[in-house]
Design a protein around this ligand. Structure first.
Ligand code: THU
Length: 129
């Protein structure tokens, strides 16, 4: 993975935003998950009239990938509205960490892109003893 790969993945996350279902917040988020087999699985936020039922884009992507038998990931990118810094929420960090603290993670910011790892974003991941 290099910064050109990160940029391509972020472009896929941005494109996915078109399918977000966010009638309440109007805050569309897209995620693109690069699986180790080279496929890219996208996800979007899916909101609900019962607000707490909302699912984030990152978890939609992870759960979709797992449902098709993919559990080994190389990188994920997350994009919110243009110009808005959109790092993954705490719940998504914990879910991503399940599949590897070393997972490379890029997110759009107000003035560019940050590339880090899930472990850096969630230093004290919960694990079952
Ligand atoms: N959202 C995501 O999809 N991912 C995140 O990491 C943070 C927030 C969504 C949830 C909700 O639909 C909207 O953004 C506003 O919170």
């Amino acid at each position: 993975m290099n910064s050109a790969d990160d940029a391509r993945l972020l472009a896929a996350a941005r494109a996915a935003r078109a399918n977000a279902y966010a009638p309440y917040s109007k805050f569309s988020v897209g995620a693109a998950l690069l699986c180790e087999d080279g496929t890219v699985v996208t996800g979007v936020n899916v909101e609900n009239a019962s607000y707490g039922m909302t699912m984030c884009a990152e978890r939609t992507a992870v759960f979709t990938a797992v449902a098709s038998g993919k559990t080994r990931f190389a990188a994920i990118a997350v994009a919110g509205p243009p110009g808005v810094t959109t790092p993954p929420c705490g719940a998504c960090r914990q879910v991503l960490a399940e599949f590897g603290r070393d997972l490379r993670l890029s997110y759009a910011t107000a003035d560019g892109t940050v590339t880090t790892t899930v472990g850096d974003l969630l230093p004290a991941t919960f694990v079952l003893p």
